[in-house]
Design a protein around this ligand. Structure first.
Ligand code: FAD
Ligand code: DLZ
Ligand code: SF4
Length: 524
């Protein structure tokens, strides 16, 4: 890596900024790179490790991937100015480091790729005035749909449903298409993808990438500087280079993809990863391209190595959901984050950080999160997300938790998934109804209830599953807001047939439970 000296103004070309989630040789900030004159600036900064108390593995993942990528750039003959976290001169912020680098190199201009968070874009907008160099922030073309493409699609549509956007993306990419028609005659095979895991079916072991010297050095730094943050560090096993990410993709396609569809919504105690891909940290950091992940899955279908419901389901997650949430984020920010459509006002229960709860489903999801900086989609949505929705946790608090605890979390993807999908704080921009569920859903899709201190079948009384009273109390509390939603007709019909006495019992029981959790930080 180049170590420019203070006052060294040899370069005089373009200062190209690469952030920790922009680790792609094809990043737009590198387009037109002049190896002789340009410098790529990469910055480890304290602000980014601390704007939420990130899981220790997330910080280690980002810093290790950055250091490896800087090494690859240098090996390719690119001049890299790499600022380390423990550099005594480090100012601790992107803006401070861009200003220092501008003083070191006197660039004729600064080029960056569109960031993944609104607050970082705001910072970039200040750089021109602060450095005196023209600043160009280029589209992040690692996404298939540009922000303009998404805005065009959204147009003046009343509803921005993912399913219709997804069909446009299938047409645009040609993935799983036979001319103008979807392969298999259907766009979406989701109804085949809701099976519980049968006894005797074991998901494959996670492919673990053992920390090399670079990762071990970063882990020591994280342990020393962020030791009080949430999460285990020693179990770190993420791919930190593109070569490792490609290995992880191959392993997923070979071992898990064939079953990905069938058991996509299933949960099992002690099985943190099921048949999921574990590719989101690599995809979001830029180590893997979403198109290549989809192409690998489509190839497996064409070779008859994976069925259509699995391959379509996987491709939909990437060119559908992933692109859609990113489009929504940039279309609606910064106002989007401010909504609180259900007027949720409870503080985040302390057990989200400690894992100390008698609810086995919550303890499993939080425990997996602590061990791996990962939980799969249904744990995030239907366990920890569902609890926050039913309990009425303040949006900003539960959003900060999700942004902190997952190795794949950046605001462009975390916020719509939490604010819109999990807690319905946008009032239905993203989801046509809240994903509210009682214990019966968790019982159907997992084996958690068998090992729980609570009784999932009991609806009231000491020992009854808290999700049951919380579910009905949620419907009662939000009756005015939700009962006219056609997709909520069935639960509200059930509520209408309930005696006033039972309604009161559910309400009182939910309130008592939440008050106890608020006072003690736990129900244990
Ligand atoms: P798989 O289940 O194997 O899916 C394959 C890929 O599809 C993922 O790698 C991911 O890139 C993409 N994908 C699937 N679902 C979504 C989705 N809803 N939105 C965007 N991409 C999706 N994903 C993040 O990347 N970062 C987050 O911070 C994040 N926060 C979430 C919070 C909540 C409350 C919920 C409900 C979902 C969240 N997701 C987030 C989406 C999803 O849960 C993760 O992408 C997925 O669990 C990652 O694991 P995987 O790679 O094993 O995914
Ligand atoms: C998440 C993260 C962390 C922990 N540290 C850094 C860092 O030191 N340097 C960096 O460039 N990026 C880091 N990141 C990722 C950024 O937070 C991310 O680029 C922005 O949030 C925009 O998505
Ligand atoms: Fe969760 Fe209720 Fe089942 Fe316990 S009984 S695992 S709290 S759903």
């Amino acid at each position: 890596m180049t170590q420019p000296r203070p006052g060294d103004k040899r370069h005089m070309g373009v200062l190209r900024i690469l952030l920790g989630d922009q680790l792609s040789m094809g990043a737009s900030a590198l387009d037109g790179l002049d190896r002789a004159r340009d410098v790529v600036l990469m910055m480890e900064v304290a602000d980014e490790t601390a704007y939420v108390p990130h899981h220790k593995q997330k910080i280690a993942f980002v810093l290790s991937a950055m250091r490896h990528f800087a090494g690859e750039l240098t090996a390719a003959g690119v001049r890299v100015d790499y600022v380390r976290l423990d550099d005594p001169a480090n100012t601790g912020s992107f803006t401070g480091e861009v200003m220092r680098a501008a003083a070191r190199h006197a660039p004729e201009r600064i080029v960056a790729t569109w960031p993944g968070e609104w607050r970082v874009l705001e910072a970039m907008r200040s750089w021109e005035a602060l450095t005196g160099a023209p600043v160009e922030v280029r589209e992040d073309d690692r996404f298939i749909a540009s922000r303009a493409d998404f805005a065009r699609w959204a147009g003046d549509r009343k509803q921005l449903r993912m399913e219709f956007f997804y069909r446009e993306m299938r047409r645009a990419t040609g993935l799983l298409m036979e001319g103008d028609a979807p392969t298999g005659g259907q766009w979406n095979f989701d109804q085949e993808n809701r099976k519980a895991l049968p006894k005797g079916v074991r998901p494959p072991e996670r492919l673990r990438f053992h920390p090399d010297a670079v990762t071990r050095e970063v882990m020591e730094l994280v342990a020393a500087r962020c030791g009080t943050h949430f999460g285990d560090l020693d179990s770190f096993a993420w791919p930190v280079t593109r070569a490792q990410a490609l290995e992880a993709l191959d392993a997923f396609v070979e071992r898990s993809l064939p079953f990905f569809g069938d058991y996509q919504d299933a949960m099992k105690a002690g099985e943190a990863t099921m048949f999921h891909a574990l590719l989101s940290p690599a995809l979001n950091a830029g180590l893997l391209d979403p198109r290549e992940a989809c192409a690998a899955a489509e190839r497996a279908y064409k070779r008859r190595e994976a069925p259509l419901n699995a391959v379509e389901g996987f491709i939909r997650q990437i060119i559908g959901w992933r692109e859609y949430v990113r489009g929504l984020y940039w279309l609606l920010m910064p106002g989007y984050a401010q909504g609180n459509a259900l007027e949720a006002q409870r503080p985040l229960p302390a057990f989200y950080w400690t894992g100390e709860t008698r609810m086995n489903c919550m303890a499993q999801a939080i425990g997996d999160t602590r061990a791996n900086a990962y939980a799969h989609h249904i744990q995030r949505l239907m366990v920890t997300g569902n609890f926050a929705l039913l309990a009425g946790v303040r949006p900003a608090e539960i959003e900060a938790w999700y942004l902190a605890v997952y190795a794949d979390a950046y605001e462009w993807v975390e916020l719509p998934n939490v604010h819109g999908m999990a807690i319905f704080a946008d009032g239905g921009v993203m989801a046509s109804k809240p994903y509210a569920a009682s214990g019966a859903y968790i019982n159907r899709m997992s084996d958690y209830c068998g090992g729980c201190a609570y009784d999932v079948k009991a609806r009231t009384g000491e020992g009854a599953c808290p999700f049951n009273a919380l579910y009905w109390a949620f419907l009662i509390r939000n009756e005015d807001r939700l009962s006219r939603n056609p997709r909520m007709a069935m639960p509200y019909r059930n509520l209408a047939s309930m005696t006033g006495e039972l309604r009161d019992t559910y309400r009182a029981q939910a309130q008592a439970f939440l008050d106890r959790v608020e006072a003690n930080g736990t129900d244990a």
